[in-house]
Design a protein around this ligand. Structure first.
Ligand code: COA
Length: 211
């Protein structure tokens, strides 16, 4: 019996082998060439408050208040720890020195659990070094390997050239456009909607050396 189970398991491709029973909140620490993605904690509050208090970030994401205070940062860390945000949230940190760079995460993208939506922001001093693309690759790989999902969605404001580029460098494909609420702007903003499905991810898995 054990042999049968082993053979059955080994006959499946690696990506299929370790799927959990359902898409629960499995958020392992992720390592990449330059980064460690781990759960946010209290030591991040100062850097988080400092970096997130930036209109150039708040106006590009849906639910970040602006101005962003230390109390907002503490509340974010507390809710993340309690699972209150309802998604897999990561602090993006430098492997070399542990510096906090920003956040990324995955949240449910539909009601049947087959779709996740990716989100991210990075502190402005760290932009254009390829960090978000590197983090997104790690997050996407984890999601398709560890979760029983069919696709990952991404949305960015139509004017957000940098985020669109990250999405493209991760292999997402344009699906359409729409509107989403922006807390910082207090209204709806036009967005583009992109999707990466499992088959496309499988064909892209060796991301290459460029970011
Ligand atoms: C979007 C964001 C996360 C990108 O982070 P990042 O670490 O700088 O991203 P990367 O370095 O991995 O890639 C950025 C790409 O955008 C390109 N880019 C940035 N600004 C650009 C511009 N004004 N015009 C053209 N390309 C631009 C960079 O050149 C790079 O592409 P390349 O590698 O082909 O040269 C960061 O700018 C940010 O936090 N912005 C505010 C919050 C936000 O927009 N979050 C996403 C919401 S959908």
């Amino acid at each position: 019996m054990q042999g049968e189970l082993l053979r059955e398991s080994q006959s499946r491709p690696p990506e299929e082998r370790q799927k959990p029973e359902s898409g629960g909140r499995y958020c392992p620490v992720l390592l990449s060439r330059r980064l460690v993605l781990r759960a946010p904690h209290e030591d991040d509050i100062d850097a988080l408050a400092h970096l997130a208090n930036n209109a150039a970030i708040a106006t590009m994401v849906s639910r970040m208040p602006h101005p962003y205070t230390a109390a907002d940062a503490a509340d974010f860390v507390r809710r993340t720890k309690e699972g209150g945000i309802g998604k897999c949230v990561y602090a993006i940190t430098l492997a070399d020195n542990g510096a906090f760079l920003g956040c990324c995460g995955l949240e449910p993208g539909d009601e049947n659990g087959r779709t996740l939506e990716i989100g991210y922001w990075l502190g402005e001093p760290y932009w254009n070094e390829g960090y978000t693309t590197e983090a997104a690759h790690a997050l996407v790989d984890m999601a398709f390997r560890a979760r029983d999902i069919d696709q990952i969605d991404a949305r960015c404001r139509v004017m957000n050239v940098a985020s669109r580029r990250v999405i493209q460098k991760c292999g997402f494909q344009f699906q359409g456009s729409g509107m989403v609420p922006s807390l910082a702007l207090g209204g709806m903003v036009p967005v583009e909607w992109y999707r990466l499905d499992r088959k496309t991810w499988l064909s892209l898995r060796s991301w290459g050396d460029t970011h």
